[in-house]
Design a binder for this molecule. Structure first.
Ligand code: PLP
Length: 369
C-alpha cells in the first residue's frame, strides 16, 4: 500500500537525533555480557539515593494522573533558585524545553542562530519549524558569542548557547554572555542551556545565570536538567527559567501531563541531595584528569573540559575507534553527525569503567599495557 499523504515540507531535511548506543543493544548485537557505556554523559554513580528512595515509595499513587504543571517541583525549583514559580517550567527533559521554545516562538522563515558545533538538537528543532538556521563558526572550539551577536537580525527569534557546550566541552564567560545579551535585538531570545552547570559552576568567570542574569534580562531563558549530576536521565526531567510571560507561553502549549508523577516526586528530593551532587562532581574531576592524562599518552588531542566528558581528536577516524571499542564492550560517541569525523566524545565514568576504557583503548591502538 502506498502512503497517502505528505509530511510538512520542513520535515524533509530533518534527520532524527542519534542517541548514544545503549548497553542492551550492544549486548544483543555483539553477544557481550559486560558493556560499559561512556556515550551519553550520564552519572556513573547512578541516581541520587534520595531521589531513588522517593521513586520507590510512590506505589499506589501511580494509578492517578500527575498534576500537569508539576507544581511541587516547580515551587521547589523556584525556592532553590530564589525566583517565583511563574518563572519556571518543568519539561520532559530539557529537550522538551528546546522543543517548546521553537514551537512557541519560531515561525517558518524566522531565523535561529546556533553555533557550528553547538548541541545538535537546537538546529534540528529549529529546522522542524521551517526556520532559517544560521550556523556561526566557533573560535578554538568555543562559541564565538561576538560573531553570534553579529549574526542576529530583527528576524532572529532564538539564539541557542549551550554553556558548557556538548560536544566540545568548552564554556563562555559571564562577560561574553552579558555582551551577547546586550548586543542582540530585544526580540531575540537568548537560550542558555546549562545542562552541565554543576561541573562548570566553580570555574572563575563562569556566569551566575540563576537568579541574577534572568532577573536582569527579560530576553534570557536558562535551561538545566536532572539528567547529568543528579543521575536521573531515565526519568526525563529538565526545566527552563525566564520571564513569567515567556514561561506562560511554553506552559500553554506543553503536553497536558508532560512529566510523570515518579519523575516529579524524585526530582523534588534530588534537589535536596547536595551531598550526592558534590560527590559526583568531585569524582568527575579526579577521574577526568586521570583519563585525560592517559588519553594524551595514547595520541589523543584535546583541550580543557568544563563537563563530565572529554572531546578528543582521535589518532584513528572517530567511527573506526567507536566500532573497535564496541567490540571490546565499551561505547563512546563518534561525532560525524557534528561534522567532526576525526573526533570522539567520551563520558567520564567511575574508576572501574575508566579502567575498562583504557584497557580497551590499549588493545585497539595496539599499545602495550
Ligand atoms: C547541552 C545539552 N542540552 C540538553 C541535553 C538534553 O538533556 P535532557 O536529558 O534534559 O533532555 C543534553 C543531553 O545530553 C545536552 O548535552
Amino acid at each position: 500500500m502506498a502512503f497517502v499523504t505528505s509530511p510538512r515540507r520542513a520535515l524533509r531535511d530533518v534527520f532524527p537525533y542519534q542517541p548514544g548506543k545503549s548497553i542492551a543493544s550492544v549486548q544483543r548485537e555483539l553477544g557481550l555480557k559486560v558493556v560499559v557505556k561512556l556515550a551519553s554523559n550520564e552519572n556513573p554513580l547512578g541516581p541520587s539515593p534520595r531521589a531513588a528512595a522517593a521513586y520507590r515509595r510512590l506505589d499506589k499513587r501511580c494509578a492517578l494522573y500527575p498534576e500537569g504543571a508539576s507544581p511541587e517541583l516547580r515551587s521547589a525549583l523556584a525556592r532553590f533558585h530564589k525566583l517565583d514559580p511563574e518563572s519556571v517550567i518543568v519539561g520532559n527533559g530539557s529537550d522538551e524545553i528546546i522543543r517548546l521554545l521553537c514551537e512557541a516562538f519560531v515561525e517558518p522563515e524566522d531565523e535561529v542562530v546556533v553555533s557550528q558545533h553547538g548541541f545538535i538538537r537546537f538546529k534540528q528543532q529549529a529546522a522542524m519549524m521551517g526556520a532559517r538556521v544560521i550556523e556561526v563558526p566557533m573560535t578554538d572550539w568555543t562559541h564565538d558569542l561576538e560573531l553570534m551577536a553579529k549574526a542576529a537580525s530583527p528576524r532572529t527569534k532564538l539564539v541557542f548557547v549551550a554553556n558548557p557546550n556538548n560536544p566540545t566541552g568548552t564554556y563562555n564567560t559571564a562577560d561574553e554572555v552579558e555582551a551577547l545579551l546586550k548586543a542582540v535585538p530585544k526580540t531575540a531570545l537568548v537560550v542558555l542551556d546549562e545542562a552541565y552547570w554543576h561541573y562548570a559552576q566553580t570555574i572563575p568567570g563562569y556566569p551566575k545565570s540563576l537568579p541574577d542574569m534572568v532577573r536582569e534580562h527579560e530576553n534570557l531563558v536558562v535551561m538545566r536538567t536532572f539528567s547529568k549530576a543528579y543521575g536521573l536521565a531515565g526519568l526525563r526531567v529538565g526545566y527552563g527559567v525566564g520571564d513569567p510571560e515567556l514561561i506562560g507561553w511554553l506552559d500553554r502549549i506543553r503536553m497536558p501531563f508532560n512529566v510523570s508523577l515518579p519523575a516529579q516526586v524524585a526530582c523534588v528530593e534530588a534537589l535536596k541531595d547536595s551531598a550526592f551532587v558534590k560527590r559526583a562532581v568531585a569524582m568527575n574531576e579526579t577521574q577526568r584528569a586521570h583519563v585525560a592524562r592517559v588519553l594524551g599518552g595514547l595520541g589523543f588531542g584535546f583541550g580543557d573540559s568544563a563537563t563530565n566528558f572529554l572531546f578528543a581528536r582521535s589518532p584513528i577516524p572517530g567511527r573506526e575507534l567507536f566500532k573497535a571499542l564496541l567490540r571490546q564492550g565499551v561505547i563512546v560517541r563518534p561525532l560525524d553527525e557534528y561534522g567532526l569525523p576525526q573526533h570522539v566524545r567520551i563520558s567520564i565514568g567511575a574508576p572501574a569503567q575508566n579502567k575498562a576504557l583504557i584497557k580497551a583503548l590499549q588493545q585497539v591502538l595496539a599499545v602495550p599495557a
